[in-house]
Design a protein around this ligand. Structure first.
Ligand code: CUA
Length: 337
């Protein structure tokens, strides 16, 4: 509808598809609502009781009629299901070549971290024409990262990484909302996503990250937390070598294997006894509460940088299990001394 902003702008590759499905479902529902209401009204008037002695006619069932009113709605709902499932899979599976960004929700702000080291609060800069994967978590309660113009959102859940992805199509400034009631200032937990042409985005990237890349900061944390005293590259340390482990399957104490991705690394840092690699004793202390979400993401980026040949981890369709404790991670900057 011209001039009436019923919908936010369509600014991602799947925004138009989401709207089309939405409009299709609304149109079908509206059609049947009107048709059924009109029929009820029409029959109520047309076949009303005119004399007190009138008796209703006895009508047997009609197989053809029953088939029609069962099969047509079945077909329509199957169209909705197949169309919806196809779109859902597209929206929920980040492409392997996506650019990765970390997001942390906390009462009441959104913090973003680029692997290049740039950090932003309530603002996110992204280029057009490139799939962006955002790993979302929370430092306190449930939030939900919502980009109306991209038609996508995901819950920010304490203790786990939930992936969201989009590919922006139009430069501009769009809203970021929190779509989960999270306390007094929930409605104020808003931000702006700034979509730029790739060239402008490169210029923007060059202007930030004075503390070095996320991997650089992670490497410093790796030393500060003394991870390097056990995780030797030689594999002779008390902990497994972290070189080239990204994307591999490790064998675990007690049987089974685990895929090394961000979620596994996260779990192994915060809840180190959960999945111990076979051949090692569970000596590692837990870092729950000792490292901030941002520090944790930097540490994970550092460990990922030790696997230069693995370009990406497997698409994180299913978020990793949360650590058994629900203690939120303390909002400290880097390691707490
Ligand atoms: Cu955060 Cu609502």
């Amino acid at each position: 509808m011209r001039g009436i902003p019923l919908f936010p702008e369509q600014a991602s590759t799947f925004a138009a598809d989401v709207d089309a499905l939405y409009i299709f479902i609304i149109a079908i529902s509206a059609f049947f609502t009107v048709a059924v209401s009109a029929a009820v009204l029409f029959f109520a008037i047309r076949y009303r009781r005119r004399h007190p002695e009138q008796v209703g006619a006895h009508i047997e069932g009609s197989l053809p009629l029953e088939l029609v009113w069962s099969l047509i709605p079945t077909l329509i709902s199957m169209v909705m299901f197949v169309w919806g499932a196809k779109l859902y899979y597209e929206i929920r599976r980040p492409p392997a070549e996506a650019l990765q960004i970390y997001a942390v929700g906390k009462q009441w702000m959104w913090k973003f971290q680029h692997t290049g080291g740039q950090r932003e609060i309530n603002e996110l800069h992204v280029p057009t024409g490139q799939p962006i994967k955002v790993l979302v978590t929370s430092e306190d309660v449930l939030h939900d990262l919502y980009f109306p113009a991209f038609r996508t959102k995901i819950d920010a859940i304490p203790g786990r990484y939930s992936p969201l992805w989009f590919e922006a199509t139009k430069p501009g400034r769009y809203n970021i909302f929190c779509a989960e009631y999270c306390g007094t200032k929930h409605s104020g937990m808003i931000g702006t996503v700034v979509v730029m042409e790739p060239a402008q985005y490169q210029t923007w990237l060059a202007g930030g990250g004075s503390e070095g890349t996320m991997a650089d900061r992670g490497a410093r944390l790796f030393q500060d937390l003394a991870c390097n005293s056990c995780h030797l590259d030689s594999g002779q340390g008390r902990g497994p070598s972290l070189k080239d482990i990204l994307g591999t399957q490790v064998e675990l104490v007690g049987g089974g294997t685990a895929l090394v991705d961000e979620a596994y690394l996260r779990e192994s840092i915060l809840n180190s006894q959960a999945k111990v690699v076979r051949g090692f004793t569970p000596l590692m202390p837990t870092f729950q509460g000792l490292i901030s979400e941002e520090g944790l993401a930097a540490l994970i980026e550092h460990i990922k940088s030790l696997s230069p040949r693995a370009t990406t981890t497997a698409p994180a369709l299913v978020p990793a299990a949360a650590p058994p404790t629900s203690t939120p991670v303390a909002p400290a900057q880097g390691a707490r001394k």
